[in-house]
Design a binder for this molecule. Structure first.
Ligand code: SF4
Length: 292
């Protein structure tokens, strides 16, 4: 039987969905639609869309809207991607960042296992265009695992993002059930390589509570991420995007999220965002500020 969503969480989700008003939300969504730029906020049905859009922030989804993986918790469409990356996407994206006046931009993508480089060169083109058209902007890349290709990771790192994020999403025991096609050890290797290849870059990862993990498993993941060199971690509540997705196994309390934040900081993370509506990109500039 699915657990009942706590009333306090329903209230938080409603507040996040409302954001700061419809006009501001529509300003952001209108500009993105005009430039033909999808966001993970829309595609993954993020509960924070209203809040983030009303602050004129969004997480850009590059490389199309169809993912080659089939994660059971994710609302992004799965299947055969539409084709090669759109060559003008980097310019359109940088233009949107310039018009929105963003100081910190988060770029992510669907997983493109069909492309020989996993889309790494397209990521690099986006980062290069951001540096060219939006000088001074802080660039956060939330990358897929590139099937473990160090060459692809290096391609992205060479373009000079400020933050390299890659989410482990859940504890290793649950990968087979909810994260088919991914590999926990491979994800840790990517994070470790990012830190060792570019020690000055900020490395970030995140995962969800509520998929069936135990407290010991959560603590073990935090240890693994710290050992891999992660500077930042995000911990949020899993919310099933639809009845067809993996059901929520439990709802963590606010107190539990606070305890994990304290535990992470005690392990040496420079920043730990932990709360029911925390997502990898949630208030990304604010949590980056904790590092300064
Ligand atoms: S938390 Fe991230 S994905 Fe969700 S709406 Fe905000 S920017 Fe978009």
């Amino acid at each position: 039987m699915n657990p009942t969503t706590p009333a306090w969480l329903i209230g938080e989700v409603r507040r996040a969905k409302r954001g700061e008003g419809r006009d501001r939300i529509e300003e952001t969504s209108g500009l993105l639609a005009q430039l033909g730029l999808p966001t993970v906020c829309d595609t993954a049905r993020c509960p924070n869309r209203g809040e983030c859009f009303s602050h004129h922030t969004a997480t850009f989804l590059i490389l199309g809207e169809v993912c080659t993986r089939t994660c059971a918790f994710c609302a992004v469409k799965h299947g055969r991607p539409e084709g090669p990356p759109a060559p003008d996407e980097p310019v359109r994206l940088a233009s949107a960042v310039s018009k929105l006046g963003l100081a910190h931009v988060v770029v992510t993508s669907v997983t493109r296992d069909d492309l020989p480089d996993g889309g790494a060169r397209h990521y690099a083109a986006v980062v290069n265009e951001l540096h060219r058209l939006c000088p001074g902007v802080r660039v956060e890349v939330l990358a897929p695992d590139f099937l473990g290709s160090e060459e692809s990771l290096i391609t992205v790192l060479k373009s000079g993002p400020d933050i390299l994020a890659h989410n482990v999403e859940t504890v290793p025991r649950l990968y087979r059930a909810v994260r088919r096609g991914a590999d926990y050890a491979r994800s840790l290797t990517l994070l470790r390589q990012a830190k060792s290849l570019t020690p000055d870059i900020v490395v970030k990862s995140g995962f969800m509570l509520g998929l069936g993990e135990t407290a010991d498993e959560i603590e073990s993941v935090l240890h693994d991420l710290a050992a891999a060199g992660c500077d930042m971690v995000t911990i949020g509540q899993y919310l099933a995007p639809s009845l067809a997705h993996t059901p929520v196994a439990r709802y963590a309390s606010r107190e539990e999220f606070n305890r994990w934040k304290e535990k992470a900081i005690g392990m040496g993370f420079k920043s730990a965002a932990s709360g029911p509506l925390v997502r990898s990109s949630y208030k990304a500039p604010f949590f980056f500020g904790e590092l300064l």
